[in-house]
Design a protein around this ligand. Structure first.
Ligand SMILES: NC(=O)c1ccc[n+]([C@@H]2O[C@H](COP(=O)([O-])OP(=O)(O)OC[C@H]3O[C@@H](n4cnc5c(N)ncnc54)[C@H](O)[C@@H]3O)[C@@H](O)[C@H]2O)c1
Length: 455
């Protein structure tokens, strides 16, 4: 099987390929706030969805991010989105006609912006983390409740058809792993140094402009995720997605957490740590009662000093098999324990795909060692996965991974479906991430049920 690739920004979609989604829906007036790296990823998907009218684009980086996004809207849809630097002015001028806003600013801005848009009667899609503070996240949940408007948080795996298939059909329906006793996951990234301001002076923001929005200088503005008061470091930036998935897949909230972090790699010239948050974090979450009524331990690591160990994934390891999930379809695998019942019927029924031809080739070196496991694939067809064309090498290309989550949100705005990741549920992952970070400082910590609920 040729592994399908997922459409990136560069792919030009043929007309009609995305007609199904939203084609019948009413035209929605939308705006975007924050069109940096992630905002542009969202924009590229949104521009391919039907029936959207881009009313405004807000970004304080006028000469670069804002200009680019407005030009993209013009070039692709021939629409004239109005540019804003101050989101409050956007609300003042457009809130009454806006159906939805997409927020992809640094985490510290999520809570004030989301609360203001909700209070002005606008449905909000806000990127994760909900906020750089738990108090900010709480305010977002309360504002969504009070306003009765929709608030979707950008944990896009929750709308990814492969993740939904894994959760419903494999872990629950076919109980493919048997008893899930342990999980592990990681997001390991190669060394990368701080982003540098653009060389071309015309793209540099003045200190005065930056100060107005709370940033000390260009360096802090570009590398906000590493600094207290702006973001939460790698464990929140990358880990939040995956910690959210463990709770969702296991159908439970964690009971305890222990964690260790280090700031020993990225240094200032004087030898002190370059960042406020840890370079690397390892943590263990203990779950007392999963959807199977069992205990499970989850080991998770986020490392920014090595890309070893196969990138990013979440594995669910049971006594009969293991499911390894990733946003990258090429990394998804199933492994059957050698002493578990055969999967022939599941293969015949198309619940899983075939095994990898090479099978397990590693010979055991010691009689106490278990034999290596053969790996299996997902079936070729997963309900909901949409192939949108072929790339120049003939590989099938699927919808971009964020598009499913955006469509889910837009469907909810049109009254066609429920949100896949509302603020109340996203808050549970938020609470888990904050406590993991606290455990780095204070040692093992216990969760109370009240930690996960905003009252
Ligand atoms: N869902 C995902 O897979 C995913 C991936 C990456 C980032 N994110 C999230 O998206 C958000 C943005 O991350 P990014 O990597 O794009 O950051 P970024 O720094 O590349 O972009 C942030 C943008 O926000 C603008 N901005 C900053 N303060 C503003 C303000 N007060 N008003 C208006 N605009 C403002 C900046 O000028 C910039 O263009 C973060 O919350 C991040 O966690 C999500």
């Amino acid at each position: 099987m040729k592994t399908a690739s997922v459409a990136g920004g560069g792919l030009v979609l043929s007309s009609g390929m995305l007609k199904a989604a939203g084609a019948s829906g009413k035209k929605l007036n939308v705006a975007m706030v924050g069109v940096g790296a992630e905002g542009r990823v969202l924009l590229q998907s949104l521009l391919k969805l039907p029936n959207l009218n881009f009313v405004a684009i807000c970004d304080i980086w006028k000469s670069y991010a804002q200009r680019y996004a407005i030009a993209m809207v013009k070039k692709t849809l021939k629409q004239d989105a109005k540019g804003y630097e101050d989101y409050k002015l956007l609300i003042k001028n457009h809130a009454k006609d806006l159906d939805a806003v997409f927020i992809a600013t640094p985490d510290c801005w999520h809570a004030p912006m989301t609360v203001d848009f909700l209070e002005a009667g606008v449905n909000v899609y806000c990127e994760k983390m909900m906020s750089d503070t738990l108090e900010g996240a709480r305010k977002m949940v309360l504002a969504a409740r009070k306003s009765g408007k929709l608030l979707q948080i950008g944990h896009q795996r929750k709308s990814n058809p492969r993740y939904i298939y894994a959760r419903e059909k494999l872990l629950r329906g076919a109980s493919i792993c048997g008893n899930i006793m342990a999980c592990n996951g990681q997001w390991n990234r190669a060394v990368s140094f701080d982003l540098q301001p653009p060389k071309n002076q015309k793209y540099t923001m003045s200190t005065e402009e930056l100060n107005k929005y709370g940033y000390k200088n260009m360096h802090q503005f570009l590398n906000w995720r590493w600094y207290k008061g702006f973001g939460g470091g790698a464990i929140s930036d990358l880990g939040a997605h995956q910690i959210d998935i463990f709770g969702w897949m296991l159908g439970a909230r964690p009971s305890r957490v222990m964690a260790s972090g280090s700031r020993d790699y990225y240094k200032k010239p004087d030898g002190s740590p370059a960042h406020d948050w840890d370079d690397n974090v390892m943590c263990i979450f203990e779950f007392d009662k999963t959807f199977q009524g069992k205990k499970a331990q989850v080991f998770y690591q986020v490392l920014t000093t090595t890309s070893a160990g196969g990138g990013y994934f979440e594995s669910f390891m049971g006594d009969q098999g293991t499911l390894k999930m990733s946003e990258n379809p090429a990394l998804i695998k199933l492994f059957r324990e050698n002493n578990a019942p055969k999967w022939d019927t599941l293969i015949e029924e198309g619940v899983i795909g075939g095994s990898d031809a090479s099978g397990a080739s590693v010979k055991i070196a010691d009689s106490r060692e278990s034999a290596a496991l053969v790996s299996y694939n997902f079936p070729d067809k997963i309900p909901g996965v949409v192939v949108i064309g072929k790339d120049k090498d003939g590989n099938t290309v699927e919808k971009p991974i964020h598009m499913y989550h955006l469509e889910n949100f837009l469907g909810a705005v049109r009254g066609e479906n429920k949100l896949n990741c509302d603020a109340e549920h996203a808050y549970e992952a938020e609470a888990a991430v904050f406590k993991a970070r606290e455990a780095i400082e204070n040692g093992p910590l216990t969760f109370e049920e009240s930690d996960f609920v905003v009252s």
